[in-house]
Design a protein around this ligand. Structure first.
Ligand code: APR
Ligand code: ZN
Length: 243
């Protein structure tokens, strides 16, 4: 932990990559591991673009569950610690999470490379609206339709879809110019997000990983591995920096 805190304190440009493990302590289920969502729902059947085009109603069973869970979740100590780390050189959070908890905690720059549940879009006419506006209806099990009549969808990246180009461009630029990459709560299996820590390493950055268990990054590119819960470890790092 001591060397890791040193690395954070010496870094001028820190970029963070977060995954579902960052939100577990806020009550949001991860996708993989013991209580992962993909143990119950088949992502190809429920969270892919082909599944949505074939059977939007079925996909809305999962969207509803995710929207309810994320709307009921609050940022935890770890999200707040990342806001405090902005005083120690953190300049960007690249997140795979769609729960908007980093923004809710007050982080300044959050690059949502897998989109967000906070917004609904119409696949036919492109109209978008705040999920908040349709929250009660969604909770009542209704499927939100656009004024044009089409079934709307959350503005998330479904399997089989490209990532938002503008956001990815900014994320690549931040990654290539950082001197410390903190990978937090991601299984690092889904591309292209999983390559971000490697991209940082190749650009000369050190990699600090926080996870409750090791991942494919740990033995290959991680310089500092802190095994533990994101909220607890981040709070410890922030408190040590304040000393
Ligand atoms: N603190 C830190 N890490 C944790 C915690 C915790 N409290 N709880 C779980 N983890 C770790 C797990 O060990 C695992 O490595 O978080 C990771 C969660 O992995 P996934 O569920 O695969 O989430 P993620 O890596 O974000 O998945 C990437 O896959 O299904 C797609 O689009 C989805 O964005 C998601 C992407
Ligand atoms: Zn429409």
């Amino acid at each position: 932990m001591k060397e890791a805190v040193e690395a954070v304190s010496n870094a001028d440009k820190i970029v963070v990559l977060t995954g579902a493990g960052m939100s577990v302590e806020s009550g949001v289920a991860p996708f993989r591991g013991d209580d992962g969502l993909w143990n119950e729902y088949d992502p190809q059947e429920m969270a892919s673009i082909t599944a949505f085009e074939r059977n939007s109603e079925r996909c809305w069973e999962l969207f509803k569950l995710q929207i309810k869970e994320c709307f009921e979740a609050d940022p935890h100590e770890g999200h707040k610690a990342l806001v405090d780390l902005e005083n120690f050189g953190l300049n960007s959070i690249i997140t795979q999470n769609i729960d908007a908890l980093h923004q809710e905690a007050g982080s300044t720059e959050v690059l949502e490379i897998h989109g967000t549940l906070d917004e609904l879009v119409c696949p036919s006419c492109g109209r978008s609206e705040e999920t908040e506006e349709r929250y009660e209806e969604i909770l009542d099990g209704e499927i939100p339709r656009c004024e044009c009549g089409s079934i709307m969808r959350p503005n998330v990246v479904l399997f089989g879809e490209p990532l938002p180009e503008g956001v990815m461009k900014k994320a690549r630029e931040r990654t290539e110019n950082c001197d410390l990459m903190m990978s937090i709560g991601t299984s690092a299996v889904v591309q292209p997000a999983a390559s971000i820590p490697l991209m940082a390493k190749r650009s000369g950055a050190e990699v600090l990983e926080i996870n409750i268990e090791s991942t494919s990054l740990t033995d290959n590119i991680t310089d500092y591995f802190l095994q533990g819960k994101a909220g607890e470890v981040l709070k410890e790092i922030r408190d040590a920096l304040r000393e």
